[in-house]
Design a protein around this ligand. Structure first.
Ligand SMILES: [Zn+2]
Length: 262
């Protein structure tokens, strides 16, 4: 059996198993306090800043996803030393970023595949807020970190637009509004509906305030060596993929130090 070619069903099963493992690994890496929205409605209460109620209650990060599904599909199986995600020091702190440098080189190469890879490595905005889950029923003092993207950020900011019709307080402990966020679909077709309750309410359990999570931990960047190691691993994966065919002549050039295509 071992030498026989896999049937289509067996291959699909192998893919399925691989995805399950991938998800399990990612799940383990993730903070256990993360709130991941499942399909359907979840009612949450956004919480104030962890130490100063006048500060922004959520943090903004810019994230490269070298281990994203798109990149895996482009390059095939990626080695373990390519991280799922890395904060971008250039976008966040105006410091040099090996991933951004790598993207620039890919764009310079110009071929369709390199440009696609460069686009997939574009740093995306990701936000983190403290919340408690109101429904489905959960411990109202169990503070979760809610990661979200620009769609939900826009929904939040729209409630502070200065338009009385639209404005709703979301973060206040006494007069904030709960929000029903409904997730529809999965993957690229995922949509979110964001509907604040019509009436304000008190935070259901004040104990949550003693459990607020310092979100500044999500704004840290790996050191430059670690970032460079990830990029090097990507270059190695790229060198082993068929993407590099058009670079072979490139490599035969006069630069003996430039052993990698980039
Ligand atoms: Zn970057």
């Amino acid at each position: 059996m071992a030498n026989e070619k896999l049937t289509r069903a067996e291959r699909l099963y192998a893919n399925y198993k691989a995805r399950q493992e991938e998800k399990a690994q990612q799940g383990q890496q993730k903070d256990q306090n993360f709130l991941t929205l499942v399909e359907g409605p979840t009612v949450v209460r956004f919480l104030p800043h962890w130490s100063d109620p006048e500060e922004m209650p959520y943090v903004e990060t810019f994230v490269h996803y070298p281990g994203s599904r798109n990149i895996r599909e482009l390059l095939g199986e990626l080695p373990d030393n390519i991280p799922m995600s890395e904060n971008c020091p250039r976008q966040m702190y105006q410091k040099s970023c090996p991933y951004c440098d790598f993207r620039r080189r890919l764009f310079q190469k110009g071929s369709e595949m390199y440009v696609k890879l460069a686009k997939d490595l574009f740093p995306k905005r990701r936000y983190f807020a403290n919340v408690v889950v109101i429904s489905p029923e959960a411990d109202p003092a169990d503070v979760k970190v809610f990661p979200f993207g620009v769609t939900i950020r826009d929904e939040i900011e729209a409630r502070y637009s200065g338009d009385e019709e639209m404005d709703v307080e979301l973060f206040d402990v006494k007069v904030g509004h709960n929000v029903r966020i409904t997730r529809e679909g999965t993957g690229l077709t995922t949509r979110y509906k964001f509907v604040p309750s019509t009436r304000p309410s008190k935070l259901p359990d004040k104990e949550a305030l003693s459990k607020l999570i310092d979100l500044s931990q999500y704004t840290k960047c790996s050191d430059k060596e670690a970032l460079q190691a990830g990029v090097n691993a990507m270059k190695a994966a790229l060198a082993g993929s068929n993407l590099t065919d058009d670079l072979k002549s490139d490599q035969a050039g006069n630069d003996p130090d430039d052993t990698m295509p980039f």
